[in-house]
Design a protein around this ligand. Sequence first.
Ligand code: AMP
Ligand code: MN
Ligand code: MN
Length: 339
Amino acid sequence: MTQPGSGPAAGQWDAAVAAIRALGGTDEIQLICHVNPDGDALGSMLGFALALRRLGFTRVRATFPGAFLIPGPYTELPGIDLLVPEEDAFPAPALVLVFDVASESRLGGLAARAVAAPVGIVLDHHASNTGFGTIRLVDPQAAATSVLAEELTRRLGVPLDREIAECFYVALATDTGSFTFDMTTVAVHELAARLIATGIRPGDISRRIFDTRAFGAMKLVGEVLGRAVLEPSAAGGLGLVWTYATLADLERHGQPPYVLDTLIGPVRSVAEADVSMVVKQVGAGEWSVSLRSKGAVDVSRLAVSQGGGGHRLAAGFTGFGEPSDVVDIVRRLLGEFLN
Ligand code: AMP
Ligand code: MN
Ligand code: MN
């Protein structure tokens, strides 16, 4: 695990800049973000892909592992034309850059390629980052991976423009909960100010990314929230609230999986529970688990114990069996990871 308080080690920024400057304009550069990409994964990756194009690199591709399903809100991000399905990624690129990936398991079938590349630059901010990559720009204190991507952009001498700024802004707004979470520091607002100064429109971006959904998605969310369970005695009496959603729920409402990623917002707002959880079906007997805490539990350590990862107050892992099996495991582990 990356130690709290430790940003990139001395020399890592210079090494990243030197590695990029050493490339020729037609060398192949592959950018990769985590499976089921969110706003930070896609925004930091595509913003940096555009910065590489501004530097004159002509062979730049971005990708993520698994089904090539781009969450609706992100389909119009600048640089989206550089995004290709996993099978169209460069087979043997000169440089791989990895964005918002806590562990190699989140790289799916692309993990081997990331490791085999002559240079692998890792940009990440997960406390649970496992330490892979040859050059590591990892800072658990950073509010989003785009904080690191913007710093590398600056150190490469690429000025921010509207397109790059929109990508980094979406990433920053996503991971700070629209500038409300604990990581929302002075530096975060200063970065937001630099991005907004390029002329991007935060109101339009917020409406498109956070405040727009299909009618069917709203009905689905209503149904899933309606079956939420509150367990006041869990987590040493501080309370657990959880719900689950199945593939059949998605099908009944004609919705893609990513609409379930917004569910944790209303669930975590429940006053009677410190810990909140959404159990989302991804396959037969396989569930993607989102965990949040208001401070009583280190959910990152809990998630890591189940093969997942994340941050102290927001983490996830893959669970198996029925939703009740996943809830049983989490309920039992909560006591072990109380702060
Ligand atoms: P989510 O609940 O999907 O919004 O994820 C919360 C945090 O946990 C994010 O920082 C994710 O990158 C991380 N995370 C979620 N699932 C996993 C997993 N299976 N392995 C590692 N990290 C995860
Ligand atoms: Mn992410
Ligand atoms: Mn992130």
